[in-house]
Design a protein around this ligand. Structure first.
Ligand code: NAP
Ligand code: ZN
Ligand code: ZN
Length: 347
């Protein structure tokens, strides 16, 4: 077994603190990655605090992982020692079902192995995430990382990046579309960068007026404060798409009213409480509400390559491991510009 140091939550009420644990010895197709940076996703907070139910403790969060390969299993073909490597939200799946065969492993119909707080395919071994010194992952679930980009800025691409890239691609968002990004946090700021890069006309819909200048710098063309009733009224019937990244309960009916006839709101934010939907708002203008979860391995690599080509990274604030609990509090207040990334050397 491989001894690893990390940070864990002991239960839903506990702060995160130091935790030692073991990773499996390398199998034939495994790579051992020395983690350099680990991004902090709002899902880490939802999971550490059991806000969605089903969390397994002790819980080591972290699914935006970049590092360097330090050892490879006997049959590994895709990586060699010294390569940069990334791990995102999933580390295995059944590999047999229709979704897996299509490269949509995130929608595996049999069993999806999340990077942390889930069970391996043996349905026994608990997974531990990237707030840790090393990870062992099957090469088929590891991404190649370009050395052209800032490594700290790349880490959030593994979740925030692919979660926003994938729906924008699926719905073919681009030139001629008016897109609203709801919530300017980790996911939201990547959604703005991608939507603008794909040629769409982008509006940030935010509760924080203080983010207005940043929104423009990130590539947005317009800004609407969702608490401003007059501005919301003016924006009615104007969007082809809304990408909703909000992490907490909020009024989705007010947002739906902003869609044009035939418009679509894509949910990626996962509020711990169900949101109430007024169906008449959909029916009266043939609107659609949809959902999307991360992206498959192939598409994640495509997104990373796109970012390397277009020089797209996340805007990050690098923190020390010991500051993680404070970072969580700041994220909950919407006070992050725009992703915290842990420097694992501080662990
Ligand atoms: P984040 O950085 O904390 O950003 C969330 C943003 O939502 C905040 O910055 C804030 O933006 C807005 N917001 C927060 N509370 C709000 C409220 N009560 N009403 C209205 N707006 C509010 O979080 P994140 O890491 O981007 O994650 C966002 C959500 O996506 C989380 O629920 C996370 O679990 C989920 N997620 C889903 C997937 C997936 O595959 N679908 C993947 C990753 C994450 P403003 O200040 O601009 O209003
Ligand atoms: Zn995430
Ligand atoms: Zn499957």
């Amino acid at each position: 077994m491989i001894n690893v140091r990390g940070y864990a939550a002991a239960n839903a009420k506990a702060l995160l603190g130091p935790f030692k644990f073991e990773r499996r010895e390398l199998r034939a197709h495994d790579v051992l990655i020395d983690i350099i940076y680990s991004g902090v996703c709002h899902s880490d907070i939802h999971m550490a605090r059991d806000e969605w139910g089903g969390s397994i403790y002790p819980l080591v969060p972290g699914h935006e992982i970049v590092g360097r390969v330090s050892r490879v299993g006997s049959d590994v073909k895709a990586f060699k020692v010294g390569d940069l490597a990334g791990v995102g939200v999933l580390v295995d799946s059944c590999r047999q079902c229709t979704s897996c065969k299509q490269g949509n492993e995130q929608y595996c119909e049999v069993h999806l192995v999340p990077t942390y707080s889930g069970l391996e395919m043996d349905m026994k071994t608990v997974t531990y995430g990237g707030y840790s010194t090393q990870i062992v992952t099957d090469e088929n679930y590891v991404l190649h990382i370009s050395d052209k980009l800032s490594l700290a800025g790349v880490a959030p691409l593994l979740c925030a990046g692919i979660t926003t890239y994938s729906p924008l691609r699926h719905w073919k968002v681009g030139k001629g579309h008016k897109v609203g990004v709801v919530g300017l946090g980790g996911l939201g700021h990547m959604a703005v960068k991608f939507a603008a890069s794909f040629g769409a006309e982008v509006t940030v819909l935010s509760t924080s007026d203080s983010k207005q200048n940043d929104a423009k710098k990130l590539g947005a063309h317009h800004f609407v404060n969702t608490k401003d009733d007059a501005a919301m009224k003016k924006a009615r019937n104007s969007f082809d798409f809304l990408l909703n990244t909000v992490s907490a309960p909020h009024n989705i009916n007010a947002l739906i009213s902003l869609l044009k006839v035939n418009g679509t709101m894509i949910m990626v934010g996962i509020s711990p409480e169900d949101l109430s939907l007024s169906v008449s708002g959909l029916i009266s203008k043939r609107k659609t509400i949809a959902g999307s979860m991360i992206g498959g391995l192939r598409e994640t690599q495509e997104m990373l390559d796109y970012c390397a080509d277009k020089n797209i990274v996340s805007d990050v604030e690098v923190i020390a491991m010991k500051d993680i609990n404070e970072a969580y509090e700041r994220m909950i207040k919407g006070d992050v510009r725009y992703r915290f990334v842990i420097d694992i050397a501080t662990l």
